[in-house]
Write a protein that binds this ligand. Structure first.
Ligand code: PEP
Ligand code: MG
Length: 902
């Protein structure tokens, strides 16, 4: 059978369905699904993404069967509508829209009103009895067609200021001026008719071709332009940012035109079944009477709230659809509930009312910011609409990250100079320096500067700058404008429709409420309230502990996940923070950070400089009380939970990088000649310290260090135990590559521990285990696992030693590796699963082959990276350990791993 390229939908029956997204695109699949649900959808058909791929691979031609399929579908549409495409008496008009698998807001192309020609216009006027309406539709068709098909898709690259759309809009402005009106609606039928002729002249002059006066030529032109737009600059740039593969292609939806601008009983609007900025369970939307859909989205007219509940202080005076057309609102409300229930997720819908009849144009899963995603997931789970596993999958780790974002300090806000109010399109707070172009935002963003991109409105051409900016501020547009949609998708602070701003792009300044803000000046945005302030205001971290929805989501994630979550923390206050974030223990306490305090560093240096064992032992014992206190506080903060303490790891020379002055002072303090100190420092110098005298190698040459640390840990644990505090110390030996190293160190630790416990006459349960961070440890993990009570993968060093990339120097060349696509990601950030991952898996398997209950975790940086966490789940680890601030993300990512790998 020949491949099917065109899928029909209309009159309650569709050939497609929701699950055919890959073939029909998101929009096409949902139009089919809505049709099948009996929801009023203007009939039409979807040309598949496979046709797009064919078109790309075959010199911009169509499969041979496509035309026939398309003509049959048109016939079906004609039958349902009782009108005919290209008919002089009762013409059918069509729209052509793109629709990829994943929505790409504003990235793709649309041509409306296809089928208006000198042949059909008279019939259309007669039928609608509204000449003005017809010529208005005609001039819109000409504008869109010239822009999308004749310029962009044809690859014409006009000079700055000579874009065809701009030229046509200028002609329109001229016509308005001539007529002395401000709004498009002030133009008469005759004006618009004349304007259409003028448009066609401009097109002929500018593009050297006539605007096509043939319905079918228009249709094919529109279809081809959508396919070509898939490889257009804007789409390619968006795809890169969002990681969408080029092979997906886009579908084309051809659909009967319905008009929201056929008088006062017509309207158009967009809505979300729940509030996409807060997650609140109320139907939320915007509408305009007597308007076309593009008027709402383009932000040319500021739209009205759809219902009474959606009114704010700033929109209270505007009429809602609920007030103006209560019956239709009721129908729409029923449909939106229906759609949300059917899809079990928040929907983003578009509708048009044509002369009192409601048509649904689109439904898709609505984009939402992080706080909204969390609220919706929890609410839907609690109401039984979705199960726990679905609920955790509804929140992406990056969305949870948004909850951890700063907000404007309310105290600072009280006394700040408010410049303007706008619509709160993207919550959170941000402060940055004003820039007026996307390129500037990108350039300064790359230099690490914080910038706020200020525009009258944004367009898809601006996405690179929007991405680089800390916040986006626009003078025009509503909550569904381009700026709002894109910012929400990224969880970025954003205010739109801030009409008080008078932006002068040429002079690079903003006039607002008597102030002049110039390029480079600081402003602060409160995206949650829609307020713009002068200067840089302080921002504060959010209070997660009083956010019930967040807490509930974490509770659900904890029920779903299998992996344990610990934190890397060295200080009691960090441990406390980790605990509040939900850490179930400390996976890594790096003891070296404890030696840099002035008192301690002196004893440390004395120890390093010691010439005899006795001297060294004496110096090191000065450190014992400090270390004991450190461990006491840490174990106390983490009572009832395991705390993994690693013995000293870094090369000793890190403690004696000294200036001449410091050497002099140290010589005086220790009463030794300066020369002796210099010589010792020289002797500690290593060509390759990362592979040198560090890790367990230190404890092997200086067993006193191991003895002191083991004693400090066990004494602290014993003291707490005596006080009735439940402690679980786990002593970890770093950088093991052979079982004999491990045995050597373990023997010292156990000997000291037993001594201490005997002295104190208490029992403390403690574990001794090892870091696995050298390939040889993975290769011999069965030998090591026979001795050790736990493993913790140190994937920072394991990555370093597997690749042979120096951790300290890789920054110099890794960017080239990424840009040349030699590596897909920085392996120090996201675990190299196919390489380093094999060693991890081998370590797990070999370790467990001799000790099935071996406790295994990871404490390298990868422990907080979602895709690495997924790997750890699959590899059979017991827990991941990451920085305290990553703990919530890790809890969620671990739940995702449990669901995805079920
Ligand atoms: C590691 O190597 O992964 C690790 C956690 O230890 P450090 O980063 O301290 O070397
Ligand atoms: Mg290490």
């Amino acid at each position: 059978m020949e491949k099917k390229y065109v899928y029909f939908f209309g009159a309650g029956k569709a050939e497609g369905a929701a699950q055919m997204k890959n073939l029909l695109g998101g929009k096409g699949a949902n139009l089919a699904e809505m049709t099948n649900l009996g929801i009023p959808v203007p009939p039409g058909f979807t040309i598949t993404t496979e046709a797009c791929t064919y078109y790309d691979q075959n010199d911009r031609t169509y499969p041979s069967s496509l035309e026939n399929e398309l003509m049959n579908c048109i016939k079906n549409v004609e039958e349902i509508m009782g009108t005919k495409f290209n008919d002089p008496v009762d013409p059918l008009l069509l729209s052509v829209r793109s629709g990829a698998r994943q929505s790409m807001p504003g990235m793709m192309e649309t041509v409306l009103n296809i089928g208006l020609t000198s042949n059909t216009i008279p019939g259309m006027i007669k039928k609608t009895n509204d000449e003005r309406f017809v010529y208005d539709a005609y001039r819109r068709l000409i504008t869109m067609y010239a822009d999308v098909v004749m310029e962009k898709a044809a690859g014409v690259e006009p000079e700055e200021g000579k874009e065809i759309r701009g030229l046509l809009e200028a002609a329109m402005d001229e016509a308005k001026e001539k007529r002395g009106v401000e709004l498009d609606t002030g133009l008469t039928a005759a004006d618009l008719k004349q304007l259409s002729e003028r448009f066609k002249e401009i097109i002929q002059n500018q593009l050297g071709k006539p605007f096509p006066d043939d319905s079918y030529e228009q249709l094919w032109g529109g279809i081809g332009a959508v396919f070509q737009s898939w490889n257009g600059k804007r789409a390619v740039s968006y795809r890169r940012i969002e990681n969408i593969p080029a092979e997906w292609g886009t579908a084309v939806n051809v659909q009967t035109m319905v008009f929201g601008n056929m008088g006062d009983d017509s309207a158009t609007g967009v809505g979300f079944t729940r509030n996409p900025a807060t997650g609140e369970n109320v139907f939320f939307g915007e509408w305009l009477a007597n308007a076309q859909g593009e008027d709402v989205v383009a932000g040319i007219r500021t739209p009205n709230p759809i219902n009474e509940l959606g009114k704010t202080e700033d929109t209270a005076h505007l009429k809602s659809l609920e007030e103006m057309m209560p019956e239709l609102y009721k129908q729409l409300d029923e449909i939106q509930i229906n759609l949300e229930t059917h899809y079990s997720d928040m929907q983003d819908i578009e509708f048009t009312i044509q002369q009192g009849r409601l048509w649904m144009l689109q439904t898709r899963v609505g984009k939402r910011n992080g706080p909204a995603a969390v609220t919706m997931a929890v609410d839907m789970c609690e109401s039984g609409m979705i199960d726990k596993e679905t609920a955790v999958m509804r929140v992406k780790p990056a969305q949870l990250d948004e909850l951890l974002h700063p907000m404007v300090d309310p105290e600072g806000e009280k006394i700040a100079v408010e410049l303007a109010k706008g619509l709160p399109a993207g919550p959170g707070g941000a402060a940055g320096q004003v820039v007026f172009t996307a390129d500037e935002a990108e350039a300064l963003g790359e230099q690490g500067k914080k910038v706020v991109l200020v525009r009258n409105e944004t367009s898809p051409e601006d996405v690179h700058g929007m991405h680089a900016a800390v916040a986006i501020l626009t003078a025009k547009g509503g909550m569904t404008s381009h700026a709002a949609l894109v910012a929400r998708g990224w969880g970025k602070c954003c205010i739109v429709g801030c009409s008080a701003l008078q932006i002068n792009v040429l002079k690079k300044e903003i006039h607002v409420s008597g102030h002049v803000i110039k390029e480079g000046d600081w402003i602060t945005l409160n995206g949650t309230k829609g307020r713009v302030y002068k200067d840089q205001l302080p921002l504060i971290e959010p209070d997660l502990e009083s956010n019930d929805k967040y807490l509930k989501l974490m509770e659900i994630a904890d029920q779903v996940r299998k992996l344990g979550i610990r934190a890397n923390a060295d200080r009691p206050e960090d441990a406390q923070k980790a605990r509040t974030f939900g850490a179930e223990g400390i996976g890594l306490c790096r003891t070296e950070h404890m030696f840099f305090d002035p008192e301690r560093i002196k004893a440390m240096r004395e120890m390093i400089l010691a010439e005899t064992v006795d001297e060294r032992r004496q110096a090191i014992m000065k450190l014992l009380p400090f270390q004991r206190q450190d461990f006491y506080e840490l174990l106390e903060a983490m009572h009832d939970l395991p705390v993994t303490i690693r013995l000293l790891d870094p090369p000793l020379h890190e403690f004696v990088t000294l200036t001449e002055d410091q050497i002099r002072n140290l010589a005086r303090d220790l009463d030794v000649p300066e020369e002796k100190i210099k010589n010792r420092i020289d002797s500690l110098h290593e060509l390759n310290p990362m592979l040198g005298h560090r890790g367990c190698r230190l404890g092997i040459t200086y067993p006193e260090i191991t003895e002191m640390q083991a004693r400090a840990i066990i004494e602290a644990a014993a003291m707490l135990t005596e006080k009735g505090v439940n402690v679980h110390p786990e002593i970890m030996i770093p950088l093991i590559s052979s079982v004999n190293e491990y045995k050597h160190q373990e023997q010292i630790v156990r000997k000291v521990a037993e001594e201490v416990l005997k002295e104190k006459n208490v029992t403390v349960k403690y574990l001794v285990g090892t870091m696995v961070e050298i390939p040889r440890a993975c290769l011999t993990a069965d030998r090591i696992g026979a001795e050790a009570e736990f493993f913790s993968f140190g994937t920072n060093d394991l990555t370093q030693t597997t690749f042979g990339f120096s951790r300290d120097d890789a920054g110099g060349f890794l960017p080239d590796y990424l840009s040349e696509k030699i590596l897909p990601e920085d392996p120090f950030q996201s675990l190299d699963q196919i390489g380093v991952g094999q060693l991890v898996q081998m370590g797990v398997d070999k370790g467990r082959s001799v000790n099935p209950n071996l406790k295994i975790g990871i404490c390298g940086e990868h422990g907080g990276d979602p895709s690495s966490i997924d790997f750890c789940h699959r590899a059979g680890l017991n827990y991941v350990s990451c920085s305290p601030f990553r703990v919530p993300i890790a809890r969620l990512a671990a739940a995702h791993a449990a669901v995805v790998n079920k």
